[in-house]
Design a protein around this ligand. Sequence first.
Ligand code: AMP
Length: 300
Amino acid sequence: MKVIKNPKALQKILAGHRRGGQSIGFVPTMGALHEGHLSLVRASRRENDVTVVSIFVNPTQFGPKEDLKKYPRPIRRDKKLLILEKTDYLFLPSVEAMYPPGQPVYVDTEKSGRDSLTDRLCGKYRLGHFRGVLTVVAKLFNIVLPDRAYFGQKDYQQAVIVRRLIEDLHLNIFLKILPVIREKNGLAMSSRNRYLNHEEKMRALSLSRELFSMRRQIIQGQKNLKTLCRSAARRLSRSLDRLQYLEIVDPVSLAPAQCLRGNEVVLAAGYVGKTRLIDNVIIPPLRGVKKRLSKSRLTR
Ligand code: AMP
């Protein structure tokens, strides 16, 4: 595995691969790698000739009171893991390389109040977070120019916003969103899980437990979303120190679902101690709904 720190140097190397007709897969990360990240690397390895992984703790996506300084940076361990996965290139830029001095340019969605993809859910609690994400992802995409980019469903809202970035800026990149990788007990893997002590880990489990329970209830026919959310939120508020949101949303617009058609997403975020955790589950296509839809289409 070659470790490249300079954006221009990486561009030059990758241009050579492209000229040789090789496809490039890209996995952007902030490091402190776990099986979730590695599942993305493995998918990229399977589907591309060359795999580039970036590790960059992006300062512009952290709020002033967030954990930028203490975000884990076990770079030697990360390198070892990536070598074991036969990663071709690790892109490891400095903050100065990614944000050259002078007036910065940012990428952001239009602020259309409540309808903005970036102002809902996590965006409501992490002001400016998605502007930082969009900006760094746009920079990384322009440096790597990948054929395929790999993101995790774990950060569902982020994946939806990156899809919009690709569509709206006409980027020629195929976005792959891969399932959440979980611990055996259901806890979604996250670099931030290492902040949790044993007791906090036990309480953190309630997040996935409630989400899966809601999913099960919906599959079994529960249609009253308000009741479902209210009782799950009540239980979650007892085990988490602070529940920020628990919502069932449309998978594309992220607007609150009015009724269930299948494919909606149930998302939650909250704090256990000082650690902020997020998780989500996707509702499968619901039996019976298709029939109703096609019937109404016929009668229209
Ligand atoms: P991060 O290093 O947290 O910025 O994450 C880098 C990428 O890994 C993002 O696309 C995440 O959605 C993805 N990711 C993080 N945790 C998981 C997980 N448990 N399962 C699958 N993908 C994940």
